[in-house]
Design a protein around this ligand. Sequence first.
Ligand code: PMP
Length: 440
Amino acid sequence: RKLAMQLGVSRNTIVRAYAELEAEGIIASRMGSGRYVEALTPAPAPARIDWHYHTLGTLAPAPSHMAELLGVTDKYPDIINFAHGDGGKHTLESSGFPDYVKSTAEQLHSYYFTSVQGLPELREHLVSWMDMEQISSPEQVVITSGSQEGLYLIASLLARPGDLVLTEMPTYFGSLQLFQSLGMQVVPVPMDAEGLRVDVLERILSHCRPRFLYTVPTYHNPTGWTMSAIRRKQLLALSEKYGLPIVEDDAYRHLHLDKEPPPALKALDHSGHVVYLNTFSKLLFPGLRIGWVAANRKLAQLLTRMKELSITTNTLGQLALAAYLRNGALRPHLENARLQYSEQAAIMESHLDRFSPLGIRYERPKGGFYFWVSLPEEINPRKLMARCLERGVSFTCGDMFLLREAEQPYIRLCFTHERSEKIDRGMKIIAEVLQQGKEL
Ligand code: PMP
């Protein structure tokens, strides 16, 4: 309008002139608080475009740990699989969930997308499922394509390339890969059987200001450890003191082998510093790709705006899950699964006990999916894995969960993917390979 007045022409003439210049690629307009135009630099004459691949950080070298892990069953379809962290096909079959998918698909005539934030009914069920006074409304919940996407959105919102982020060490390898690919610098915080070492975290916070802490406080992956109630309180006090956001990944909470775990950090969070993440990958199956984030309304809105960039999470899965939760089918399914997993864990443990003369140590997990097993120093886990793969058994090597090689070698054995008989067979094979001890 100002320009129109200066030039003594109508505003429409200016608008038309801008539109013509834009159509010819001479200027570009962009939206900010108002509309701006900027001159575009003319392209150099021979207009061959070199492709540039921009990444924020360092992509994991191919094949990444993720690709390696997911590829095990393609390469070895009949393998006894202690590598994948899931409940296996038996759990899925006995859950009854496939029937819900079938009937949802049959009734699906004219569905388009559901809301970007996620199916409202599913979000309502999740509010009751979480049962925390901090999360009282479906507006605080965002449905994501697995919790991995939730973590991706939160990490991108809270930190930028070059920023420091804190995580337990060892930690879930998908989080390490994500933070490094986003160009963030991972600051490791050691842990012990009581969970993250809050005393070490306090020392770190006395000299640097990371953007957030990522933690799996309950039945941690890969160690199986659970943060004690007292450490939870200490951690929340520190987070309040320094204003440190905590990203709590609670994927294994409902998979306890004996008594229930301490309350989630989010349930103890009176200052609003905790962002809560969870997933159906461990409760049902990972291929479903449905997880959720629970946070304060403002953060949930921001996450929804970011989620919009990939439109929404798959509608069929959300509708089937909403029906499953509406019918109260999740609780009895988990009761069955926990019984099954306890039996399987006991079988794996009985074999591990027999390994102890070979210098193999572990702590019995109280929940979750894994035994985190420490090997004698002279054993190379990669060589052990290669020998076991030849004999038809897979597991994961500890280095996947670490920033650099540990002094003590570890392997992670998942006890939930295979049923008892295969666990028995697989563990006997590992014992034989260990006892032969050749070139390990
Ligand atoms: N967090 C943790 C701690 C996990 O162990 C896993 C799966 N191994 C995930 C997140 C990934 O979950 P999703 O399949 O929902 O992306």
